[in-house]
Design a protein around this ligand. Structure first.
Ligand SMILES: [Fe+2]
Ligand SMILES: [Fe+2]
Length: 269
């Protein structure tokens, strides 16, 4: 089974870039299933219902989230009804929506789970490993299981992936918005990449306009971080090939496209 996993979509520019290229990528990579992280899709923070629906309409099969999962409070109104939307599994004292969901793809079960890390993150969450063990106990283990581990620290991501080796198909990091080039397949078959990157403005500060970020962060001015929707778009994703019967990762490759330039993938746009 071939799966494409898109890193954090940041703002309208990320939404538009993904929408424009997804049909071609689905075809070129013969993708069976599409996962995208939507935590920054609505103007850089959170995910409103209409943007969630746009993602589904453009062909995303499963939408994951992260620390910005409820930066737009409207999510509390539609989360229970959004059956392709997966919020972090290890939120404290929150029962709405799901942190892990099963999808049927070509007759096979595919599980997608979203987990928040703890290192250098402000949010208080349940321990990621314990929460995964609870999930396995309650739901059993699914051969094809993709985990979006949304975290800042590369070492936390790597150790979380290693402790799950052989129990999930892949652990893909999100949150930093910077694609890493460390794809690995561990001994027992779990694929790992520290970070999938983002879909958003190419020359930016993790998706945001550098000028506003500099004024705010360096010169202490009252500026709201903004997104330049006229910027050159960047689309980052991970290509995964998974053995449908064993759930082992057979191939994992980070790919990025910058509009108008040759990509590091096999095709260009
Ligand atoms: Fe993000
Ligand atoms: Fe994040």
């Amino acid at each position: 089974m071939k799966i494409l996993f898109f890193g954090d979509i940041v703002g309208d520019i990320g939404m538009q870039a993904l929408s424009a290229i997804l049909p071609k990528l689905r075809k070129d990579f013969e993708a069976d299933f599409i996962i995208a992280n939507g935590e920054n899709a609505s103007r850089g923070r959170g995910l409103i219902e209409s943007d969630y629906e746009k993602l589904i309409d453009m062909g995303v099969d499963a939408v994951t989230l992260g620390n910005h999962w409820d930066s737009k409070k409207q999510i509390h109104d539609y989360l229970d009804d959004a059956d392709q939307l997966i919020r972090p599994i290890n939120l404290l004292n929150y029962d709405h929506g799901v942190g892990s969901a099963l999808f049927e793809v070509n007759g096979f079960d595919v599980r997608v789970t979203n987990v928040l890390g703890q290192a250098f993150m402000k949010e208080s969450v349940a321990a990621p490993y314990q929460k995964m063990m609870e999930l396995f106990q309650e739901e059993g283990e699914t051969a094809i299981h993709i985990v979006d581990f949304h975290a800042e620290s590369t070492s936390e991501k790597a150790l979380f992936a290693h402790v799950l080796d052989g129990r999930v198909s892949a652990v893909i990091g999100t949150h930093t918005h910077v694609q890493t080039n460390d794809p690995q397949i561990f001994e027992k078959g779990t694929g790992f990449l520290s970070d999938a990157g983002m879909c958003g403005a190419y020359c930016s500060v993790i998706g945001f306009d550098p000028e506003a970020a500099i004024e705010k962060m360096i010169f202490g001015k009252e500026r709201r971080l903004s997104i330049n929707d006229e910027a050159t778009p960047l689309v980052c994703f991970v290509y995964l090939e998974i053995d449908e019967n064993t759930g082992r990762c057979l191939d994992i490759r980070p790919v990025s496209y910058i509009a108008g330039r040759p990509s590091n993938g096999e095709a260009s746009i």
